[in-house]
Design a protein around this ligand. Structure first.
Ligand SMILES: [Zn+2]
Length: 306
């Protein structure tokens, strides 16, 4: 049987993104008015309309400001997972700060939702080798931060312990659930959401998703509430690439996402790991060992859509 595709949402607000980092200082975040609750409620309604359940990777600092939203997500049957506490990139952090971040966000989300938090997704997919054993030690069962694309990406982590293209890997008890890529020729294109989803004509995107699913491979999609928020403030002073990545195709994102909800049967990542992972899981190298042996690799820095 083919694995059920997994829908995931990174629950953060429009200003908490790397593309706006140069013009929106982090210390201004706490005073900013939130728009995420309204956008997320719209998404919850759309998912209810199509009977879709998803995994919601909630940012800890958002959960603190909108605990009622976290409860609504959980009560609607979605999986609450962690997007860390304050959206710091892992490769700009250190081990001790990262451990504090992932332990704090997990405890906070479990307290608010009254359910166990099993999964983690790194801000901007910035996962590193050394982060994996820390996640496992903090009690996470899976990580969904690896983007095994062959196209160079700024900020994306490239853990050496993970298989370059395999969609699911287990290592020392932690399951890595990769974001999906579409093989085209010698390349694996990001085919999981973000700017690509908003840019590529929908029928072509859907055909790619079908191809991945028909191949028997697990499929994982991701989106953010701000991608559907056409009323968000337009920030000036951005570079062209930053503006494109953040705003490109925002006006058609809701219609496209609605079509995607309608066109496939979706489940959560926890279900994918529990029910569908075993046939795919092949042990990787023990991360506890390679965390030392492999050292800390920095991601390649290039420009791409996110
Ligand atoms: Zn994020």
């Amino acid at each position: 049987m083919k694995p059920t595709p997994a829908m995931s949402i990174d629950v953060e607000d429009w200003f908490q993104v790397e593309n706006l980092r140069r013009v929106i200082p982090r210390d201004s975040w706490p005073a900013r008015q939130l728009r995420v609750e309204r956008s997320m409620d719209r998404m919850l309604q759309l998912m209810a309309d199509f009977g879709v359940r998803s995994t919601c990777f909630v940012l800890g600092s958002i959960a603190e400001r909108t605990p009622q939203l976290v409860r609504r997500i959980a009560d609607a049957g979605h999986e609450v997972a962690s997007h860390g506490y304050d959206h710091g990139l892992i490769h700009e952090s250190d081990r001790a700060s990262f451990r504090t971040d992932v332990e704090r966000s997990k405890a906070l989300l479990e307290e608010i939702s009254d359910r166990p938090v099993r999964g983690y997704r790194a801000p901007s997919f910035s996962v590193t080798d050394w982060a994996l054993p820390i996640l496992q030690g903090a009690g996470y069962e899976y990580d969904s931060s690896h983007f095994p694309t062959t196209i160079g990406h700024s900020r994306y982590g490239r853990p050496s312990v993970l298989h370059k293209t395999r969609p699911l890997t287990s290592h020392a008890g932690l399951v890595e659930v990769s974001l999906s890529c579409l093989p085209i020729g010698a390349h694996a294109l990001p085919w999981a959401g973000g700017g690509y989803f908003r840019l590529i004509p929908y029928p072509a995107f859907r055909a790619g998703v079908r191809r991945i699913i028909d191949s028997g491979s697990p499929y994982v999609f991701y989106i953010h509430p701000w991608e559907l928020d056409t009323g968000q403030p337009r920030v000036s002073g951005l570079k062209r690439s930053e503006r494109m990545r953040h705003y490109l195709g925002i006006e058609r994102a809701e219609a496209r996402w609605t079509s995607l909800l309608r066109d496939f049967r979706w489940g959560t990542i926890a279900e994918l790991v529990k029910r569908d992972a075993p046939p795919f899981l092949l042990p990787a190298i023990d991360v506890a060992l390679t965390g030392v042996v492999g050292g800390e690799r920095q991601p390649r820095v290039t420009v791409a859509l996110e």
